[in-house]
Design a protein around this ligand. Structure first.
Ligand SMILES: Cc1cc2nc3c(=O)[nH]c(=O)nc-3n(C[C@H](O)[C@H](O)[C@H](O)COP(=O)(O)OP(=O)(O)OC[C@H]3O[C@@H](n4cnc5c(N)ncnc54)[C@H](O)[C@@H]3O)c2cc1C
Length: 464
């Protein structure tokens, strides 16, 4: 078990200004920010290569008032972005913390463009649920893998040493409570001590730790975990031993649209632009526009824990703009039907019920009307034959609870004081989604990874 060791005489062969635990978006962003201010930086990454949940993600980062938005003539502002986040979490996240992320994410993205040559553009094909403006930024490939590759390339140009296959097992602190560094372990069992003036926790949350999931998010204990398995919750485990303030451990991002059994994400854009979800009985069961996160729970409560995404040719074209969707299509996850009847037969649902469902939404679309779940339909996004279906299930993507941090991303103790030399960012820190699955606004994950990574990295020299 990960431990915090007290050792005033801690000595190490490696001495560094800044140790970063974890090499995802948060860790790499923090490394770039710290190194360009002159700090020597070591990233310790437990896997044999950089990846994390970041590389598994769609790589979409929400931000307002960026250069990319201005280039695309998108009129957005931070106040609206802040309100969208707070509206989705039902005002349950700390507004100061949310504001810190909103205020820093555009600085971070502009800085990644200007200083590190990472080019962003904003997706304008559709609005993500509950965002009031187009603000999802992506690298040209529109993938998380692309994002990690660009960040890693940028790190290669600075005084940043990336040590893969190095799992940090223990933090080390002095008697007075300052963090002095950490102890790492190689796959062959070799132990390495690292002495660091500052340690940044960028090791994400505890999605890969079944014990912590059962304890904090029991409704997802049997669900597929779709994030990075190396995220074992050390930030929370060490934080508890350090008497750190920990918040919203029951918060998480779920997703109600993972192709099953193919295990590929099917973009929610389909739902936002006219698609629907039905269960095995051929009937709808929710307002798909509330958000894909809470939809994980709705889908998992359907018969056999599955649903079908129903859409048409127009939406298929939209889906094909996304790497994951193309993967799902190539894996054979899409089922086609020239008519509703044929589709019902092909996916094995009751034809009469599905026909009724389709007639119902068609009538709503024709009248630009709202259904009994509260979803608005409109004529422009009416579904037309031929139809498509993908069988999906609900999954856990990543946890949202974690260590509470101040405006410099320093870890706060229960007493209210700061733990000297310790920072947290990304999924290691408490997020901006509150304590419930429904509080997750699209992009809250990379928002805290990149904004808090930037803040933590910049704080190293600022605070010295
Ligand atoms: C399928 C999917 C799609 C997603 N799409 C989006 C999206 O489009 N937009 C969005 O905002 N969010 C998205 N997310 C969430 C997003 O991926 C995460 O919020 C974000 O990547 C977190 O970044 P991070 O740097 O904190 O963690 P990670 O990227 O997971 O990096 C943490 C790293 O720490 C390493 N590590 C852990 N423990 C140790 C240790 N003890 N020692 C050494 N190394 C350690 C891990 O191996 C890992 O590489 C998605 C998630 C999934 C699963």
């Amino acid at each position: 078990m990960a431990e915090v060791i007290v050792d005033d005489g801690f000595s190490a062969a490696v001495e560094i200004d800044c140790l970063i635990i974890g090499g995802g978006a948060a860790g790499l962003t923090a490394a770039l920010a710290a190194a360009e201010d002159g700090a020597s930086v070591l990233i310790a990454e437990r896997e044999k290569q950089l990846s994390g949940s970041t590389a598994l993600s769609s790589g979409l980062i929400p931000a307002a008032e960026t250069r990319a938005q201005k280039r695309q003539n998108i009129n957005d502002n931070k106040k609206a972005f802040f309100e969208d986040i707070m509206g989705k979490n039902n005002n349950s996240a700390d507004p100061k913390h949310v504001n810190n992320c909103v205020e820093n994410i555009n600085l971070a993205l502009d800085w990644l463009e200007e200083k590190h040559g990472i080019q962003f553009h904003v997706l304008e094909d559709f609005l993500y649920p509950n965002h009031t403006s187009f603000r999802m930024h992506a690298v040209p490939e529109v993938t998380g893998e692309g994002l990690i590759n660009y960040l890693e390339k940028a790190a290669a140009g600075l005084d940043i040493y990336i040590s893969c296959n190095l799992q940090i097992i223990n933090l080390v602190r002095s008697n007075s409570g300052k963090i002095l560094g950490a102890v790492g372990k190689r796959p062959d069992g070799k132990i390495e001590n690292i002495s660091a003036q500052n340690t940044i926790l960028a090791c994400n949350g505890y999605g890969g730790n079944p014990t912590l999931i059962s304890e904090n998010i029991p409704e997802m204990k049997d669900a597929i975990y779709f994030g990075h398995t190396g995220n074992q919750g050390e930030a929370v485990i060490w934080g508890r031993q350090l008497d750190a303030k920990i918040g919203h451990l029951s918060g998480y991002q779920g997703h109600g649209s993972v192709a099953h059994p193919h295990g590929v994400l099917v973009t929610w854009a389909l739902m936002m632009e006219g698609g629907i979800q039905i269960n095995k009985k051929g009937v709808r069961f929710s307002n798909e526009h509330k958000g894909y996160s809470e939809q994980a729970v709705n889908v998992l409560s359907q018969p056999e824990k599955i649903a079908f995404n129903i859409f048409d040719e127009r939406l298929c074209e939209l889906g094909r703009k996304f790497d994951d969707f193309r993967k799902a299509e190539n894996a054979g996850a899409l089922v086609k039907g020239l008519t509703v009847k044929e589709l019902a037969t092909n996916i094995g649902v009751n034809e009469t019920s599905l026909s009724e469902t389709m007639l119902n939404i068609d009538a709503l679309a024709e009248q630009n009307a709202r259904d009994s779940f509260g979803r608005e339909f409109n004529i422009k996004s009416r579904l037309k034959p031929p139809y498509y279906a993908v069988r999906v299930t609900g999954a856990l993507f990543h946890t949202q609870g974690g260590l509470l941090v101040d405006k410099y991303a320093r870890v706060i103790q229960e007493s209210g004081s700061i733990i000297q030399g310790l920072y947290a960012c990304g999924g290691a820190a408490c997020g901006v989604s509150g304590p419930d699955v429904s509080g997750y606004l699209s992009g809250n994950g990379l928002l805290t990874a990149i904004s808090l990574g930037y803040v933590a990295g910049k704080s190293i020299k600022r605070i010295e």
